[in-house]
Design a protein around this ligand. Structure first.
Ligand code: ATP
Length: 235
């Protein structure tokens, strides 16, 4: 579904991502592991069209998308849920959700169905639909950010550190919902520092260090790998 082939991304003369290869097949959950600054967000921003690679090729559904605009990429079916959530905090929960469907100019009925789907996944958002997004707890804001991304009905969802700053119980609920979204047919590429939670739901993963992939394998392989355990699982 998505291939990154020998992707390099620079900020000025600084190379943030170097010669990266990633394969995501339809139906998979794939995780990118790595410390702060390893280059995961840069990879996401490059897939979404916000950064342009200086070398390499990105192919989505048999189309080369390197030169597509961010809008075109959303329309092709890639939805990005950015790190830090980027909500409109003065707007209501429901208004934030509707913004997620904006680029698609959906019909009223379709918009309603998407909203109902998000409210079914996250009942708390329905309860708080008229509240300002900024008044929600951290976990609820993360749910809203995921819900807003779902409103564009992506085939592939990019989730940048959904668990950051959340209590363990909330993280667990978040990953259960991510798994359910996947089971309902959305392919997921996830960046995480919480390797323990992420590898439990992922099919496979890539480990980033200083902008390059130093290791990749199935979740079982990575979970059993001593270096991964030492660096990301703490065992
Ligand atoms: P984080 O979890 O902190 O987001 P990350 O793995 O996603 O980490 P990136 O944000 O992709 O890492 O950053 C990779 C490298 O690129 C870092 O060294 C960072 O300082 C640098 N970088 C990121 N954005 C820019 C920018 N706009 N200009 C210059 N350098 C940048």
């Amino acid at each position: 579904m998505l291939s990154l082939k020998n992707i390099t991304v620079k900020y000025g003369s600084f190379t943030a991502v170097h010669d990266v290869n990633i394969e995501v097949k339809a139906g998979e959950i794939v995780v990118l592991l790595g410390a702060n600054g390893a280059g995961k967000s840069t990879v996401f921003r490059t897939i979404s069209g916000l950064n342009k690679p200086s070398a390499g090729e990105i192919v989505f559904d048999s189309r080369k998308i390197n030169r597509h605009s961010a809008d075109q990429i959303v329309q092709l079916g890639i939805g990005q849920c950015p790190e830090g959530r980027k909500l409109f905090s003065a707007m209501s929960v429901q208004e934030n959700l509707k913004m997620g469907a904006f680029v698609h100019r959906r019909k009223k009925e379709e918009l309603k169905q998407s909203l109902e789907h998000v409210y079914e996944l996250f009942p708390i958002l329905k309860e708080k639909r008229n509240d300002a997004a900024g008044s929600l707890s951290g976990g609820q804001q993360q749910m809203l950010a995921i819900g807003r991304t779902l409103m564009s009905k992506p085939k592939l969802m990019l989730l940048d550190e959904p668990s950051v700053g959340l209590a363990p119980l909330i993280v667990e609920q978040m990953f259960e919902v991510i798994q359910r979204i996947n089971q309902e047919g959305t392919t997921i590429l996830l960046a995480e520092q919480n390797a323990n939670a992420a590898l439990k739901i992922a099919d496979k993963g890539y480990v980033f260090e200083s902008g390059t992939i130093v290791l990749n394998g199935t979740s079982e392989e990575l979970f059993a790998n001593d270096e991964v355990r030492k660096a990301y699982i703490g065992a």
